[in-house]
Design a protein around this ligand. Sequence first.
Ligand code: DX5
Ligand code: ZN
Length: 230
Amino acid sequence: MTRPVQIIPSILAADYARLGDEVMKADQAGGDRIHLDMIDGHVFKNLSFGPRMFQALRAYTKKPFDVHLMATPAHEWIDALKEAGCDRILIHLDLESNIPNLIHSIHAHAMSVGLVLTPRDNAEEIRPFLDHIHVVNVMTVDPGFGGQLFLQAMMPKISEVRSIIGKRSIDLSVDGGVTRETAKLAARAGADCFVAGTSIFKSESKNYRDAITALRDAASLATSKSPETV
Ligand code: DX5
Ligand code: ZN
């Protein structure tokens, strides 16, 4: 059974002077969810957005908000993210010492959980948490910045995560350097969700609908029955 492809715009590459409009446009252009990178400058040397910003953006779309949490300690942010109207929290296995507690706290706030594997993490690390998560987000760049090149070395890990997930209802997203070309590769390896910043918000035509449709078509075709059409 093939799962429907989801394209998830990441606003890290959007125009910060008009973020509300950017989120609205990404929604109207067909983005399935909105990916919000929350980076606090401690572990990854970038500073991005926080809960108050997400709360302000909430008025511009009804699409679910995924917070990619790169702020520590994570558990101190869960209340504020719920309050801001976020739906799913993606947590870094490499940043947290007590993952079961964090998962419990996110669920207690009626939000769902994703696990993030950075390029250094092994696929096997997700195994203990499979009954409690909705998505595995495989980083295909080093975390912290948009606009980097997709790490093709992550392909075997994507396939491995897909086989560990098996028949469970867990999404497998790739995050970083996602373009039409790399989306095809990742889709063939088993990804069904594609987080994309630069290739949507900084696309040459600035036509977000075209950019999202192109990603969706590339990923869908790559996994359809006739490989010669890809
Ligand atoms: C990087 C972030 C990504 C980033 C992807 O740490 O997790 O979500 O926005 O950006 P692009 O698509 O530009 O590689
Ligand atoms: Zn991200």
